[in-house]
Write a protein that binds this ligand. Structure first.
Ligand code: ZN
Ligand code: ZN
Length: 142
């Protein structure tokens, strides 16, 4: 087990944003840390069901942790909110892009893809970028 999924470390991360580290919140953040892509509320609730966390609690905890700045909520054009933990050094407006497969609906984090400084400046002329989304067919669907 790596340090990021260590229970003590997870509790510290939750307390660091001013929330109580309840067992349900710890289970939620642990799940998101183990996931390789952002998860919808439904996916989180289905997984936590086994831990005895009901749907409403799962939903409330996801939103509480997003409001506290621990998680980010992303809507990637398919009307589903997905949740993931903010990475180290990522601010709310300095986020990694996502790839959405138009066939299977899978979402992949693109940690290494960044807007260049010039592109960022150009986009600021238009408005504030809240999400960078690439759409296409994933390797499984081609
Ligand atoms: Zn696909
Ligand atoms: Zn991501």
């Amino acid at each position: 087990m790596n340090a990021r999924s260590d229970i003590k470390e997870i509790k510290n991360a939750i307390r660091a944003v001013g929330l109580r580290a309840t067992p349900a919140r710890v289970a939620t953040l642990r799940l998101l840390r183990q996931a390789t892509s952002p998860m919808t509320h439904g996916e989180v609730a289905a997984e936590l069901d086994e831990n005895g966390v009901d749907k409403a609690t799962a939903f409330r905890n996801l939103n509480d942790m997003a409001d506290a700045g621990l998680l980010r909520r992303a809507e990637l054009g398919d009307h589903l909110y997905r949740f993931e933990e903010l990475r180290d050094g990522e601010g709310e407006h300095d986020l990694h892009p996502h790839f959405l497969c138009v066939d299977c609906g899978s979402v992949t984090c693109l940690e290494e893809v960044k807007l260049t400084v010039g592109s960022r400046k150009a986009s600021e002329q238009v408005g504030e970028v809240s999400e960078i989304l690439l759409r296409g067919r994933c390797n499984n669907c081609q």
